[in-house]
Every structure is written in structure tokens, then in C-alpha cells.
Design a protein around this ligand. Sequence first.
Ligand code: FAD
Length: 476
Amino acid sequence: MPHSDCPPLPTAGTPSCFPTPERPEGDKADCFWQTHHDELRDHRSTSELPSHSDIVIIGAGLAGVSTAYHLTKDGGSSKSITILEARGACSGATGRNGGHCRPDFYGHIPTYMDRAGDRAGAEIAEFEIANLRALKKVIERESIDCDFTLARSVDVWCNEEAAKSAKAVYDRMVAAGFDYMDDVVFYTGDQVEGICGVKGAKACASFTAGTMWPFKFVMHLIKKVLTLGVNLQTHTPVESITRDTQGGYILDTPRGRIHADNVIHANNAYVSGLLPEYGKNIIPCKGICSRITVPEGTTAPLLNNSYINRTEDNTLSYFIPRADGSIIVGGAAKLFRSHEEQWYDNVNDGVLIDSAKDYYNGYMQRTYRGWEDTGAKVDKIWTGVMGYSFDSNPHIGHVPEKDGQFILAGFNGHGMPVIWLAAQELAKMVSNGVPFEKTSMPRLFQTSQFRIDRAQAGKVEDGDILGTGNFAATKP
Ligand SMILES: Cc1cc2nc3c(=O)[nH]c(=O)nc-3n(C[C@H](O)[C@H](O)[C@H](O)COP(=O)(O)OP(=O)(O)OC[C@H]3O[C@@H](n4cnc5c(N)ncnc54)[C@H](O)[C@@H]3O)c2cc1C
């Protein structure tokens, strides 16, 4: 997985899986993206909660707000919609991530091919590429000011063995005949360092990806959906959901209760707080990210590709350059993986990850040609909470055994290339009753009792993860 290298298989459920309170000013000030002031961040459309809403969306991150957009755009739904958000809008992973929208062309795709057949793997890559194009379109159509760029994303391997393995994966994907691999170019040999600019690079590859300011994107969508009648209630955590004997559900919050016909769980890492059956499927895991700047008056060598860099010792960092000359870079999971108490099953995004917090000091000088004397230094550093999924795939669709409840969560540190289109397809399921199988979503994304049980049983992900008995299943 590109943004959080080698997630572990979750083994434990989370007893209390709710967002931690934001520290006054602290969280906004630490995270570069949220230093952008937007008055809607703490917005409440009405002073009281509505007593009923046809649809309640839990979570105002990219997933929840994109779903609201797709439900309302072009007057698509006449249903009343309320978004309940525990903290400020876009204060979760979306407001704290790396800003990298990077489809998976080959990273995890071979694993999915091995588990469920070539087509099931390719569906994911194709969906993520389509998601990037759809994002570009909506940003242009709605004139969204979010620093979007369509760039080449460069994968770099500085370890000889890892470079060889990567080349083998690339060759396998080309041999499989997937059209989209035409956009990938792979380099080995003496020229690699000169092509990617990374010191000691042994191999590199590149393909099309996007970069953006996710907080600005989401806040723009919020502004839009509010004009279309959506009711946003920030600082309103949902504490429990119970079935109403008259039909629908009652959601309890510290500000009172609200009745809903449909509930959409778009609270990613925190899903198991309200749906304990997902406790072993989606585990909250912390990641770290930073912004590096150069001193005023200094011009550092221009970098206009995004990167996934792996050092000689295979420490992975994701990286996007910004037009203002700064760099957003994070990752370094290798440094903290063995310190589980610092990041695993952990929702405390107000505390840095101790064993990685100094890693990005001097990172540009160590890593990129020509940056040695730039004086580049960490300007801001923050953490965020991802929803690691047992089988690495998100859970999307009807919540089993809970008629009228839907889920769009568990993005495994890789939500940006998935969420926009997935929200569009989920909106069709919620408002028009379209079955999952008739949407364009990859079948491995469908939530199911089978996947829930599989995680509960802690089964190793080595085979028939669709539960079809067919290891090379093709989409019906
Ligand atoms: C440090 C870091 C770097 C990352 N970098 C990248 C990257 O570069 N590219 C990429 O693709 N992905 C990246 N990710 C992952 C990506 O940010 C997520 O996949 C994506 O933002 C998930 O969006 P979401 O809307 O599902 O979740 P979130 O943005 O977390 O939104 C969920 C919301 O639900 C709210 N909530 C939770 N429980 C409740 C409740 N009970 N009641 C009400 N509200 C509730 C939360 O407060 C939160 O605002 C990164 C994540 C982190 C943490």
C-alpha cells in the first residue's frame, strides 16, 4: 500500500473507538492543511438537531461530504440529509493526510490477482484511475480552489533486492496485458538517479497521479451541499444507534437524538465505535506527516513529480511538492512498526509518534540531489488516524443484518484514489436502491458478512477472499 507501507493484519477489536477531543487551536495549528481558515469548519446549520432526517451521514471527511454531494447534486435526491461530525469538519484523516491522490497501478494489485483472479485485481486499478479523472473533472467543473495538479508519481527503490522485486512485479503486470500499464515506465541501470533525482536510487518507475489540498476540496463541497439543503452539525459525536420499533434508527448524541431512515457510516477509522462487528476488520492506526520549507530567499531545486521513496533500508515515504516551494512528506512506518503502543489501535491524533517524529529533519538534504545546502527544515509535523482494513480493501455497501445502514470506510491509508467515485456509487445505492453488483465498484470493496467473519476468525489472506470457492472469479 502506497501511503502506509505494509500494514499489519489487525488482530484486536477496539473497545472505545471514537475521535479524541480536539485540543483548542493545537490540532489546527499543527497540521499545515488546517491552517487554512474556513468558517464552515465549526458550522451548525441549525441550533438544534432536526428530529428526523431521511438520511444521516456520520463523519464530515472526504467520504461523508462526497456522499452528500453525490446525493444532492443536480437535485438528485429530494430526501433530507444531515451530516453529524464529532469534531470540526474535515478534522480527521482527510484534513491531516499527505495530499497524494495516487492510483495503485501495481503495488497491491498482484496480491488481489492472486487472491481473486486477474480481473478482480485490475478492477481496482481501473477504478482508482477513473477516480482520479473524475476528481479532475469535478474540480474543473466546480472551479474548486484546492491546488490540484496532475503529475507524474515516481516510485523509487534504493535497495537492490527491493528494486529487483519491483521490476518483477512490473513485468508481471505488463505480461497480464492490462491496458492501463501503458502509462507506466520503469527504469533500471546507471541513469536511474539522474531520472528521479534521488540519491542512491537503484530503480524507479512513474505514472500519472494527482496532488491536492484535501481540506480545501472538502470545505468547498460543504459550502455547495449546504446551499442544496444539507444540514451540517459539527461537534456532534454519534454515541449510539438503536433500531426504532416504528422503523428506521435513533442516533444518540450529547446534543440530543435524531431519527433517520438511512444511516451512512462514513467515519472510517472509528467505524467499530458504532458497529462493533467491524472491530477486527477496521482498526484505527496512526500515521505521521510533515511540511518541509526552505528559508525565505532560498530557491531549492524544482521538484514537480510526486514520489514514493524507499531508502536502502526500505523506509518508505510518500511525498508531494507544492507550488509554494514546500514539500509535504510522511510515512516512515518502518521506524515505529515495532512500537505498537505508539500507533496501533490508537485514536490519539493529538500526540506525535515518538519513534518517527525526528525522521524528517534533514530529509531533503539526505534524499534529493542538489538540496544539500538549501537549509530545508520541518515547518509543521502532525499525525492522523487511518482505518486499516483486515484484507486491505475498504468496506462499502449495505451493512449486513442492518437494513437501511450503509458503510463507506476502511480505506487503509489509501482513500484519496477511491473515495470520490465510491461515494458516487454508494449514493446510487442509497437513493435509488441500486444493488452493489450494478455499480462500477470493484467487487473486492463490497462489505459482507463473509469478510466480517473472516476477520473475526483472523484467517490469513491467502486465497478465496470473495467466498465464491473460485480463486479466479470474474465479475458477473
Ligand atoms: C498522516 C496520514 C497521511 C495520509 N496520506 C494519504 C495520502 O497521501 N493519500 C491517500 O490516498 N490517503 C492518505 N491517507 C489516508 C486518507 O487520508 C484517508 O483514507 C481518507 O481521508 C479517509 O477519509 P474519510 O472521510 O473516510 O475519513 P476521515 O477524514 O477520517 O473522516 C471521518 C470523520 O468521521 C468523524 N467521526 C468519527 N466517529 C464519529 C462519530 N461517532 N460521530 C460523528 N463523527 C464521527 C471523524 O471525526 C472524522 O472527521 C493518509 C492518512 C493519514 C492519517
